[in-house]
Write a protein that binds this ligand. Structure first.
Ligand SMILES: [Zn+2]
Length: 255
C-alpha cells in the first residue's frame, strides 16, 4: 500500500508540508554524465536541477517539492549572506519540545578523522569526541543523536494522545527528513520527524494529532478537517507556526 509522500502528485494522504505552496525559481541543466537528478544551490545560479540526458522534466516540480525544506533554508541563507560566514560548530542544542538545553563539550581527538561519537553526560552536557571540528561528520553525528533522543519522547507522546482520543495505529518510526514533519501509511505506520524536538510542545502535538486523524480519514477532506479541528482548535495557526519554525532550524540539522 502507498505511503504518504510529500510530492505534488499525491492527491491523497499528503503529509504536512513545511514550505509555502509555490515552488522557488529554478534552472534545469542537462548533464551527460549525471546518472541521477541532483539539486544544487549556488550564489550565481540559485537553484539548479541537474538532470541526466532524456530525463522527463515534468517530474521536476515534485522532486523540488520533496526537498522543499532544504531548498528554502539554503536559499534563505544565500539571501541573508550567511554563506560568507565560516562554519561555526554549535555550542548548545535547544530542544523546546522537551524543555532541554544541552551544552556541547568538544574533546580533543587523539586520532584525526576518527568517527564522531556523542555521549550524554550529567547536567545537560553532550560530550563530542572524534572529528568534532569537521562540519559534515559532526552534523551527521548530531542528527543521529537527535533521532535517538527523539524516539522515546515522540513514541510515548503519540501513544498517550492515541489512548486519550481513541485512535489505533500499528507502529511508529522516527526519521530525519527535510520535506515532512510526519506521515501516515495505510499499513498503519506513523512516521515522525526527529526535528519535532526542535519545536514547542504544542506544535509537536499538532503534528501527532494530524497523523492520528489520518488513521481514520486518509485524505485531507472535510471529515479529516473536522477531526483535527475538534482535537486541535488552533490547527491553522499551528500549521503556519510549523512553516515558520523551519526557517529557525539550526544549521547542523538542515545542512
Ligand atoms: Zn496529512
Amino acid at each position: 500500500m502507498p505511503q504518504c509522500h510529500a510530492t505534488m502528485n499525491a492527491p491523497l494522504c499528503q503529509p504536512i508540508p513545511i514550505a509555502a505552496d509555490t515552488l522557488p525559481a529554478y534552472r534545469i541543466r542537462q548533464s551527460p554524465r549525471a546518472r541521477h537528478v541532483s539539486l544544487r544551490i549556488t550564489p550565481a545560479d540559485g537553484l539548479v536541477v541537474v538532470v541526466p540526458r532524456g530525463f522527463d522534466e515534468r517530474r521536476i516540480p515534485a522532486l523540488i517539492d520533496a526537498q522543499r525544506q532544504w531548498i528554502d533554508a539554503r536559499l534563505a541563507r544565500l539571501r541573508t549572506g550567511a554563506r560568507d560566514e565560516p562554519w561555526q560548530r554549535p555550542t548548545h542544542i535547544e530542544l523546546p519540545a522537551v524543555g532541554e538545553r544541552w551544552a556541547l563539550d568538544y574533546r580533543p581527538t587523539p586520532v584525526p578523522g576518527s568517527r564522531v561519537r556523542i555521549t550524554a553526560r550529567p547536567n545537560g552536557v553532550l560530550r563530542v569526541s572524534g572529528a568534532g571540528d569537521s562540519a559534515a561528520p559532526l552534523c551527521a553525528a548530531l542528527r543521529r543523536w537527535l533521532k535517538r533522543r527523539a524516539k522515546p519522547t515522540l513514541t510515548a507522546r503519540l501513544s498517550a494522545l492515541a489512548d486519550t482520543h481513541g485512535f489505533v495505529y500499528r507502529r511508529t518510526t522516527i526519521r530525519l527528513q527535510r520535506s515532512r514533519w510526519g506521515s501516515y501509511s495505510t499499513r498503519g505506520t506513523i512516521s515522525l520527524n526527529a526535528m519535532l524536538l526542535l519545536v514547542p510542545p504544542a506544535l509537536v502535538d499538532h503534528v501527532l494529532l494530524h497523523e492520528l486523524c489520518h488513521t481514520v480519514h486518509i485524505d485531507h477532506g472535510d471529515d479529516f478537517a473536522a477531526c483535527l479541528a475538534r482535537l486541535d482548535p488552533d490547527a491553522p495557526q499551528q500549521r503556519a507556526a510549523l512553516r515558520q519554525a523551519w526557517t529557525a532550524m539550526p544549521d547542523w540539522v538542515s545542512r
